[in-house]
Write a protein that binds this ligand. Sequence first.
Ligand SMILES: CC(=O)SCCNC(=O)CCNC(=O)[C@H](O)C(C)(C)COP(=O)(O)OP(=O)(O)OC[C@H]1O[C@@H](n2cnc3c(N)ncnc32)[C@H](O)[C@@H]1OP(=O)(O)O
Length: 468
Amino acid sequence: MGQKQQQPNADPLPDPKKRRRVGFSKIDAGVEANDCIKIYLVSRKEEVRTSDGLCITPVDLNQFFEEDGKIYGYEGLKITIWVSSISFHAHADITFEGTSDGGKGITDLKSSLEKIFGETLLENRDDFLQTFSTEKNFISSAVTNGEKLQNKALNGHISPIYSNSEAASSDLEVVRLVIGNLASGHLYSRLVPLVLLLVDGCSPIDVTDPSWELYLLIQKKVDQPENTQHLLLGFTAVYRFYRYPDGSRLRLSQILVLPPYQHKGYGSYLVEVLSNVAISENVYDLTVEEPLDYFQHVRTCYDVKRLLAFDPAQSAVKSAVLRLKGGKLSKKTHVPRFLPPLDVVEDVRRTLKINKKQFLQCWEILIYIGLDPVEKHMEDYVTIISNRVKADILGKDSETAGKQVIDVPSSYNEEISFVMFRSQNNEVGGVQMDEDQAKTQGEQLKQLVDERIEEIKLVAQKVSQKHV
Ligand SMILES: CC(=O)SCCNC(=O)CCNC(=O)[C@H](O)C(C)(C)COP(=O)(O)OP(=O)(O)OC[C@H]1O[C@@H](n2cnc3c(N)ncnc32)[C@H](O)[C@@H]1OP(=O)(O)O
């Protein structure tokens, strides 16, 4: 970590001239970490100190600094960090015009950066530059003991979904490493800073627990004759749960495609490989731990695509669509839920390893796609979605738990113009809600339904685009 112009600690007497130049006349307001730190992902040493590397956008750097996310005590602070996509070491260049305790102390930058980068942070710039040659086979050697999966999972064929994407290239492979041995734990530790920086809300996995598996998406590059370099494009950490009596379940817990390779089909490809692993090893199901919105979108696109080609699901969708086309639901007092039959839910879980919760998400999209032309039936469709959202919020035991629903005026759709409250002793008279509160809650629910309809439309559009 190169720190420039840091004031020596040795001088006990403050230099008055310097103090005037630095000039903290008032209480130090500090600077937000997000505003003074830039992080570049670099693959060659020539990219260090130039702006050739890719500047990445961390989720939130502030969380690694003081409680309020600020850095105190520096004038003109700039921190530039380079992260090598070859060895996953990092080096920080820190510059500032001066330091002074303006009432909030002087933030210890080294220990704050170590919270993110740990031992991957190399203080000496030359040491960092050298890793581009000394550790150029870091990924190659890390994967030598791994299990190559792409042939096993895809039987040698890249899915037609990605035949036009970069993920379809034949120099890709997915390698599985079981965590718990030294080599895979060592590799994962180097990736932790990127997980902390780029995956919102994620914390590192336990590298001593052998139930964790790491799936690495690797691109092979022949840089010189007889020398193949392996580049890491992305990875996912998956936990294998035991399921009585002799089965297992897979839960995807973290997934990251490195920023230069995002939105090129690689994330979907990892999901595809993992789904095929789940099928070929006949695990109970494949689930995802707290998926973030964009990943949930990617995953749903892939699952909807599979369900469109799965006959039992399609027959069930067709009959639901026929029923839905049959009547003006929005005018009825009791609207059926339009849920898939239980045997289809089970078949989807058994055959495609999609669990019930995810299948129900996809089911709504399959119905939307099946309602061709959808415009004619949109009012009824929105009624179904809003009833489902309503039911999710109220919960199954809404009646016995004393929850009540009242309608509120809305120009949008009568079916979703309602609010939920819990009355005392199940009595409506116990409600403490004025008209404004009721209206606000009605609006919030309407917003939820609107957002869900937009998500559904987006997936339907993406899946149909890739269909042609
Ligand atoms: C449990 C968790 O870890 S949640 C956290 C997830 N991780 C993160 O958020 C970290 C930062 N983000 C990332 O690492 C990546 O962006 C990921 C993993 C979320 C997604 O990977 P990517 O490689 O970027 O996604 P990919 O390129 O495969 O898919 C994206 C696009 O393909 C489309 N798509 C994906 N699968 C399909 C399909 N089967 N059919 C049609 N379209 C599809 C998506 O709609 C999307 O389109 P868009 O780019 O226009 O939005």
